[in-house]
Design a protein around this ligand. Structure first.
Ligand SMILES: NC(=O)c1ccc[n+]([C@@H]2O[C@H](COP(=O)([O-])OP(=O)(O)OC[C@H]3O[C@@H](n4cnc5c(N)ncnc54)[C@H](OP(=O)(O)O)[C@@H]3O)[C@@H](O)[C@H]2O)c1
Length: 388
């Protein structure tokens, strides 16, 4: 029986994780659930999965949650950063699922490592902001960080049984998002409603917009660099609109290993929980030959001019130090402003670029310097949005 602390339990990854827990009750139980403010769903999850700890964003929400539960079903309830850290460090947990969104995942992830817990990592922003520190600490404590992101799960699976020194390239596939075929002239008029309709994946709003701008792929390039210890130049992006090949690893003998499956996050989530076992999920296999099958898998290069976020991410990773944290925070604020109709789709990369250009990079930052860079970037980005 593996006990899970699930951070971000009310989100898309969190809900899918709990579906797997519900399907395999002999294998998984819930030690802690953490969310931000969706109290109705969190309450339902608490009653069903009976965690010993629940965490919400602030004190007021914690008081509201207490009022919603009968005493007989009341877990310990905490709030804020200390609460999220406590849920990640909970002694009775065996594994922490980091499925909260954004840089808010950094401190709980570090707390999980300090507590000696393995991590199923969905929160890619943590590695973008603090990849070097997180991976060093995890290695020192011999903590397994198993990727939940479908691309990184694919790479993790394609690397198994091979020597890291034989890896030539990591090839990340990208769906291209809903605007792969939109003309450059029409990009500025894209609405949040249109951008929230991803062709292949059902995800939370922030990552869905990141997928539409290709920032998601940029964040994943940085995530791959840290997770798999490769150089930036070894990570390539290929647009593959069918999302059947979840990613590939090319080896120096010219062999390429790919991992395939239907686009459904349950496969990658389940594998992160059960590794090295594979759970009998009963997922349909991709249909290679039937009518409506996937006979026509296609691949193309990403359009870097139409989607400047990808290059911004490579640039941030090349600059290193505090720059990826600054880029990530600027992106979080710009995406939130776009979702509120305050800026246009094409303003997202423009604003991120302005903020990155204004940032004097600090090399070899400690965690405090990264948090300060994140705070600085958020403030400058908000000012920049007001100017627009
Ligand atoms: N969805 C996918 O298919 C997918 C695939 C690969 C990777 N990921 C990564 O997984 C993470 C979660 O994505 P998602 O799509 O599941 O997001 P989501 O649906 O928006 O859910 C986010 C979760 O985090 C909580 N949360 C939001 N802000 C928070 C904060 N400041 N502090 C603590 N908790 C907070 C939310 O609580 P409330 O509901 O109460 O607001 C919710 O439980 C992201 O890093 C994303 O990049 C997602």
């Amino acid at each position: 029986m593996k006990r899970l602390s699930i951070l971000g339990s009310t989100g898309s990854i969190g809900r899918n994780t709990l579906e797997i827990v519900a399907r395999f009750p002999e294998k998984y139980s819930v030690a802690a659930l953490a969310a931000k403010s969706n109290l109705a769903l969190l309450c339902e999850q608490i009653r069903r999965f009976k965690p010993e700890l629940a965490v919400v964003y602030d004190e007021k929400l914690a008081a509201e949650l207490k009022n919603m539960l009968p005493n007989s079903e009341m877990p310990r309830i905490l709030f804020g950063t200390d609460g999220y850290r406590a849920s990640a460090a909970l002694a009775s947990a065996d594994m922490v699922v980091t499925a909260m969104v954004g840089a808010a995942g950094v401190l709980p992830t570090l707390a999980a490592i300090d507590a000696g817990h393995d991590i199923a990592l969905a929160n890619k922003e943590t590695l973008v902001v603090a990849g070097e520190i997180v991976m060093q600490k995890a290695a020192a404590r011999k903590i397994n960080i198993i990727p939940v992101d479908s691309e990184h799960s694919a790479i993790f699976q394609c690397l198994a049984g091979n020597r890291s020194q034989d890896v030539d390239k990591i090839i990340l596939t990208a769906s291209g998002g809903p605007f792969a075929n939109t003309s450059a002239d029409a990009m500025a008029a894209i609405t949040p409603e249109a951008a929230l309709k991803h062709p292949n994946w059902q995800m939370g709003p922030k990552i869905t917009i990141d997928s539409a701008t290709l920032m998601n792929k940029g964040l994943e390039v940085i995530e791959a660099k840290w997770l798999f210890g490769v150089s930036l130049s070894q990570v390539e992006v290929v647009v593959h609109p069918q999302s059947i090949i979840h990613s590939m690893v090319a080896y120096r003998d010219g062999s390429i290993l790919a991992q395939l499956g239907i686009p459904d996050m349950k496969g990658a989530i389940a594998f992160a929980l059960s590794h090295p076992e594979r759970l009998p999920l009963g997922q349909p296999l991709p249909d290679f030959t039937g009518s409506g099958g996937i006979g026509g898998l296609t691949f193309q290069l990403p359009d870097k001019e139409k989607f400047p976020c990808l290059e911004l991410a490579y640039g941030a990773a090349e600059s290193g130090g505090t720059m990826p944290a600054v880029m990530n925070a600027a992106n979080e604020i710009a995406v939130a402003a776009f979702l509120k109709h305050r800026i246009s789709f094409t303003h997202i990369p423009e604003i991120i670029r302005i903020v990155m250009d204004a940032h004097p990079v600090i090399t070899n930052p400690d965690i405090e310097a990264l948090i300060e860079a994140d705070r600085w970037s958020r403030a400058i980005t908000l000012k920049q949005i007001d100017v627009n």
